[in-house]
Ligand binder design. Structure first.
Ligand SMILES: Nc1nc2c(c(=O)[nH]1)N[C@H]1C(S)=C(S)[C@@H](COP(=O)(O)OP(=O)(O)OC[C@H]3O[C@@H](n4cnc5c(=O)[nH]c(N)nc54)[C@H](O)[C@@H]3O)O[C@H]1N2
Ligand SMILES: Nc1nc2c(c(=O)[nH]1)N[C@H]1C(S)=C(S)[C@@H](COP(=O)(O)OP(=O)(O)OC[C@H]3O[C@@H](n4cnc5c(=O)[nH]c(N)nc54)[C@H](O)[C@@H]3O)O[C@H]1N2
Ligand code: SF4
Ligand SMILES: [Mo]
Length: 671
């Protein structure tokens, strides 16, 4: 019996793994506070990839003569990768080699990947799929609060607020055990507000549901601020004592009267007024954003506008109130704290901060001047691959880029222009299938490491079973490459975690003092404490920042040729690019589909279950229609767990976070 955590999302539900003969069975771990023994279908079936026939168990190298992948020894594969990386570096410079990581990787792996790039490869070109995920909330939180932590309070605090506002979160499907907190909040007399262009299972649990046009959460927040100000509901005492910048916001929202908001968002003015009245009368308000609000070319500004709402009401720092972002991937939080992000060093230090560079270089035993500067963000990195001056080699750990990146056809083309693509994965993902070298790695139950959940709680995933023969851990792969490049890296997770603690010490996300033993004893350890901001915010003057933002609207507005809004997202039973969950027999694998309203279906002559074609300026997808009255008639939705959705999506980026606009672009649908 081994206590561990689910391999998937940022809730990092506690679970027990029990050996049943040769099989491994998932059982509850009732004492773990975040999920109290509950799991979603993906968690219950997580052992389904053990012993799976599609599990990779030997390195594969593309044969130059036949163009096919063939089995290779580990030494042959790693020697070949190291030799080719050295050669590319000699010809084109260190930035010719790039690394792409993932928010599902453990803290130890994220840290070692950053060190591999900066020390062993000397490249600035490293980034990760967290840019696709909560990066807009991160940049907004840094700006407003001076620190970026998904939830600055434990998730259970949700149960004791008065009004919970969920902006673009479908947590009943994306974090099902968390929905219990919503239900308990309502049992306690609290009120749940859901804002989503689709009436989701989460909206079904809400008391108030607003259904805006995709990409208009920002003007919705401006409209609320306008009304709250007019009602005298702004907490002037809090604003004066704990914030700066309110006068600018007050001026900026003066012209956002409800009828104007209605024209832009499609939300009736009466509904906006009712929500403002509800918020004005509530003692405690909690605003949580997720990808629906964040994955936009104006995602950072949108989150800032909602933080403005929380600040105007005087909430951040109060018990059971404030603002938080529901992070997404298993290690969505820790993955962005330890150096796999282009502009960061461990401990959430900025890579252009001289003191931070000196500290980390000291731990690494290198000259601070030898550390490269900031590199390209994820999409910009992929977009530069194989171009003049762009990277010629890419090492991928923990991401299935060709399914999950925006404008995926273009991205696949960039990958094809590389001299060398190396992918470490458990299975032959769509991206691994394109690689020159595929490295088979261990999965969660076969290795140990820490993850930081959406609350900033550092948890320990413990090895429960031996890996299949022939498979190595990511840490071993990284150490093997580093060794061939003349560097000595540890592959022992606990040793790496101790080093990470030293490297992060004194940084914004300080893990020093957290040990595997403490995590085991305390059901996880919060870095920086469980609740932040009670006394002060993380800016030098201790005050939070109001930021005045303006509505620009989606990068690609609808027009006569592409009259509909296309949005994308998730369904309960599949995870991300589907590389893992599509292979699990007990999970339904429906294939992509197109959700559309009966009115739209009638207009284009589409029938439920029959194919329709969604077209955007970047590509087309033919898939069965799902006719539902839960979506706006001017909007269509496609889940992204299967190849196809991202051939349609727009690669417009948020200027601050570099987040792509996954959640809205202009589309046409025909039957
Ligand atoms: N089942 C499942 N669970 C998961 C994952 C998974 O793949 N599958 N992935 C995990 C990860 S990495 C993440 S990031 C989280 C994501 O968790 P969520 O953010 O909850 O998931 P999404 O489905 O991407 O988007 C949420 C909602 O945003 C809505 N939406 C679309 N456009 C807009 C808009 O413009 N405004 C607003 N307000 N809403 C909009 C969509 O209709 C959708 O219902 O889930 C995590 N949990
Ligand atoms: N259209 C659209 N696109 C989206 C989104 C959206 O809402 N709409 N959401 C975006 C978001 S929020 C996210 S987080 C991304 C996620 O998309 P991806 O980055 O593709 O994430 P995964 O599908 O989780 O890919 C993880 C890959 O790594 C492998 N893997 C799992 N664990 C490990 C490990 O420990 N080591 C190694 N080496 N490999 C491992 C898995 O088998 C899989 O192939 O998608 C983004 N793309
Ligand atoms: S909610 Fe997330 S962490 Fe919990 S069982 Fe489901 S996928 Fe796993
Ligand atoms: Mo995500």
């Amino acid at each position: 019996m081994m206590k561990t955590h689910c391999p998937y999302c940022s809730l990092q539900c506690g679970m027990t793994l029990a050996r049943e003969g040769r099989a491994l069975e998932v059982q509850p771990w009732p004492e773990f506070p975040v999920n109290e023994g509950a799991l979603c279908r993906k968690g219950w079936t997580a052992t389904g990839l053990r012993g799976h026939r599609e599990r990779l168990t030997t390195p594969l190298v593309r044969d130059r003569a036949t163009g096919e992948l063939r089995a290779a020894e580990w030494d042959e594969a790693l020697d070949l990768v190291a030799a080719r990386l050295r050669k590319l570096r000699a010809s084109y410079g260190a930035d010719a080699v790039a690394v792409f990581g993932g928010g599902g990787l453990t803290n130890e792996k994220a840290y070692q990947l950053g060190k591999l790039a900066r020390v062993a490869l000397g490249t600035s070109q490293i980034d990760y799929n967290g840019r696709w995920c909560m990066s807009s909330a991160a940049s907004a939180s840094n700006r407003a609060f001076g620190i970026d932590r998904g939830l600055p309070f434990p998730l259970v605090d949700v149960e004791r607020t008065d009004v919970l506002v969920l902006v673009g979160s479908n947590l009943a499907e994306t974090m099902p055990p968390a929905a219990r907190h919503l239900d308990r909040l309502r049992e306690n007399g609290g009120h749940v507000v859901v804002i989503d262009p689709r009436r989701t299972p989460t909206a079904e649990r809400a008391d108030t549901f607003l259904q805006p046009v995709p990409g208009t959460d920002l003007p919705l927040a401006l409209g609320l601020l306008h009304l709250l100000d007019g009602m005298g509901a702004v907490d002037e005492e809090y604003v004066a004592a704990r914030t700066v910048g309110w006068p600018d916001v007050r001026r900026a929202v003066a012209s956002w009267w409800p009828e104007r908001v209605e024209r832009v968002t499609g939300v009736p003015a009466a509904e906006l007024r009712a929500l403002a009245t509800l918020l004005a009368g509530a003692g405690k308000v909690m605003v949580l954003t997720a990808r629906g609000a964040e994955q936009h070319a104006q995602g950072t500004d949108t989150v800032l506008a909602w933080i403005d709402v929380a600040l105007a009401l005087g909430m951040p720092g109060r018990p059971h109130a404030g603002y938080g972002c529901l992070t997404g991937q298993g290690n969505g939080q820790g993955g962005r704290e330890h150096g796999q992000k282009a502009d960061q060093l461990p401990g959430y230090r900025m890579i252009d901060d001289p003191a931070g560079r000196a500290h980390v270089a000291g731990v690494w035993g290198v000259d601070p001047d030898s550390l490269p500067g900031p590199g390209r963000s994820a999409y910009e990195l992929l977009d530069a691959l194989g171009t003049d001056g762009g990277p010629k080699a890419l090492l991928v750990f923990g991401s299935n880029i060709v399914v999950s990146a925006p404008n995926a056809t273009h991205v696949a083309g960039r990958l094809a222009d590389l001299d060398l693509l190396v992918v470490a994965d458990l299975v032959m993902s769509e991206t691994a299938a394109l690689a020159d070298v595929v490295l088979p790695v261990t999965q969660w139950a076969e290795e140990t490491g820490t993850m930081t959940n959406l609350e900033g709680r550092v948890v320990l995933r413990q090895q429960a079973v031996a890996p299949p023969a022939g498979v190595r851990s990511d840490l071993e792969v990284v150490a093997g490459l580093a060794e061939r490049l003349g560097h000595d890296f540890s592959a022992d997770p606990e040793e790496v975690f101790t080093e990470l603690g030293r490297a992060s010490a004194g940084g914004r996300a300080d893990y020093s003092g957290i040990t595997y033993d403490r995590i085991r004893e305390e059901h996880g350890v919060f870095w920086g404490g469980a609740r932040l901001f009670a006394e002060s915010f993380a800016h030098e003057d201790g005050r939070a920042r109001f930021v005045a933002v303006e509505h620009r609207g989606p990068a690609e507005p609808v027009d006569a040729a592409y009259p509909l809004h296309l949005t994308t997202g998730r369904v309960l039973a599949q995870y991300q690019s589907g590389a893992q969950t599509r292979r699990i027999a007990d999970l339904p694998d429906a294939g992509p589909y197109v959700e559309l309203h009966p009115m739209l279906a009638r207009r284009i002559g589409a029938r439920d279950g029959e194919p329709v074609v969604v077209a955007t300026r970047r590509g087309e997808l033919k898939a069965p229609a799902r006719v539902v009255d839960t979506i706006r008639p001017d909007t269509v939705f496609v889940p992204f767990h299967w190849v196809g959705a991202n051939r349609l999506t727009n690669d417009a980026l948020d200027p601050a976070s570099r987040m792509p606009e996954f959640k809205v672009c202009a589309a046409a649908v025909t039957a």
